[in-house]
Design a protein around this ligand. Structure first.
Ligand SMILES: [Zn+2]
Length: 475
């Protein structure tokens, strides 16, 4: 997941009347949803939902999502933007889909960033010698070959940095040590830290990894230079080393670091992949499911976003196998170059701008494929009421929760900002940011049975939205 400015409001209000037991009201009750006869129509899909869940959880598709994801991840590993391996992995997914008899597959070229990490080394040289684990941030420039040796200034926030006189920052390395609250709130220190430190005259910047938990693992991620300010090298360090430096700094001891980083940066051509299961009645109308196929260069990209990629691959495959053709076209998109700034999604929006009014609903899974709980939904009150009604059909897999969000997903926010209603997979992802953008993003994070539940839920929700008589209303 790239930088997502979240505003998530969980609208489960717990009401307690006198001494009666706690009762959790559903989204529909909370919001006095009245969608008329459409509610009965939606309820009639209960048999289809059961069939899809049975097929995936107990039938021929059992553990297939995990097995196919594992084959893919074991074969390709990390798939960074602009790399040859990413293109090979795209070819593989096309072949895998063709083998299922799905014919409508197109790719669309996208110019993407190609940033390649070279040597990276960070050593504390004063008050004692200690190697510090680091990961350069996306697009970081290199240091001179012998690195940069400089004293460290540690700050919690941009406000704190702003209050320090420039002359006390000039020539130094700034370490941002923000307290992790949520990813959306804290990630600004990764994405804007280098630019703000350079403005004050710093020669390099470091950030405490944007994560709530660590086993000395730095977390990389994208960052944006300010074109008006000098570019400086920038990297993330682990929570443990950030705490160490903070403690020494608070004792007013002088800390000197040597940082050496190298990298190359150019652009390459990659591809978005579009797979269509054509609608029977309104083939020009689209319901989209999606995930991104690129990953960071560290770890294996199994969780971010291999899981989302494979549940979105599975949706048209399962519907085809079950001979369930929705009235509208179900399109599965594998976005490219998400990690370096939603590059594939911006290219898609631009290329399809004239026909984006045909997108009825857009979905993305890019925040983990742990046990599904429901959907995070952007849209009008009526749009959310319709989706809440659909979610009632998923009681058997505990995925009935609707969370209101203004910008669910990552890539799809580009289209949601244009007024298209959409949703991302709400799942039990409390551990997502433990592994996010680290060497720890491997198949070991994924669970066969939870992936099955995600696949079944994702497929059935997309099918119903693509098949019901009513469109999902727009803003
Ligand atoms: Zn992602």
């Amino acid at each position: 997941m790239f930088v997502v400015v979240w505003k998530v409001f969980v609208l489960l209000i717990i009401s307690q009347v006198h001494s009666e037991p706690m009762k959790i009201k559903s989204y529909s009750e909370q919001n006095s949803c009245d969608i008329g006869k459409l509610a009965d129509e939606i309820a009639s899909y209960d048999k289809v939902v059961k069939d899809i869940i049975d097929y995936v959880v107990r039938g021929p598709f059992k553990w297939k999502t995990y097995d196919e994801l594992a084959k893919f991840v074991d074969l390709f590993g990390a798939r960074p933007s602009g790399s040859k391996v990413l293109e090979e992995s795209i070819d593989y997914m096309i072949k895998l889909t063709r083998e299922e008899g799905i014919e409508h597959i197109v790719t669309e070229d996208v110019e993407v960033p190609h940033w390649v990490r070279g040597t990276e080394k960070l050593t504390m040289v004063q008050p004692r010698i200690k190697d510090i684990a680091l990961l350069g941030l996306g697009r970081s420039i290199s240091t001179p070959p012998n690195g940069i040796s400089a004293e460290v200034v540690v700050v919690h926030s941009f406000d704190e940095l702003a209050k320090i006189p420039n002359k006390e920052v000039e020539g130094k390395i700034v370490l941002y040590d923000p307290k992790f609250t949520s990813y959306g709130e804290t990630v600004i220190y990764r994405s804007q830290g280098a630019a703000k430190a350079a403005e004050k005259g710093a020669v390099a910047s470091l950030v405490r990894s944007i994560a709530p938990f660590s086993i000395n693992t730095p977390h990389t991620g994208s960052q944006n230079y300010d074109e008006k300010v000098k570019k400086i090298p920038t990297a993330a360090i682990s929570l443990e080393d950030a705490d160490l430096i903070r403690r020494i700094y608070n004792r007013k001891e002088k800390i000197v670091l040597n940082i050496t980083m190298s990298s190359t940066y150019d652009t390459k051509v990659s591809r978005n992949t579009l797979i269509d299961l054509k609608g029977t009645n309104y083939p020009e109308q689209l319901v989209i499911v999606s995930g991104h196929i690129d990953s960071w260069d560290v770890g294996q990209g199994a969780m971010d976003d291999g899981g989302g990629l494979f549940v979105s691959w599975a949706a048209p495959v399962i519907l085809k196998r079950l001979n369930l053709r929705p009235k509208r076209t179900l399109r599965s998109i594998f976005w490219t170059a998400e990690e370096l700034g939603l590059v594939g999604a911006y290219a898609y929006e631009e290329k399809h701008r004239n026909e984006n009014n045909k997108i009825n609903f857009i979905m993305e899974s890019d925040e983990g494929t742990f046990a599904p709980r429901g959907l995070e939904v952007a849209g009008t009150p009526k749009a959310r009421c319709i989706v809440a009604e659909i979610l009632k059909l998923f009681e058997s897999v505990n995925a009935t929760t609707l969370v209101e969000s203004n910008s669910p997903g990552s890539d799809i926010t580009v289209l949601i900002q244009k007024g298209i209603p959409g949703a991302s997979l709400h799942n039990a992802n409390e551990r997502y940011f433990w592994f996010h953008h680290t060497e720890g993003d491997t198949m070991n994070v994924e669970d066969r049975d939870e992936l099955d539940l995600c696949t079944a839920f994702w497929t059935a929700v997309a099918y119903i939205i693509a098949d019901i008589s009513a469109d999902i209303p727009r803003y």
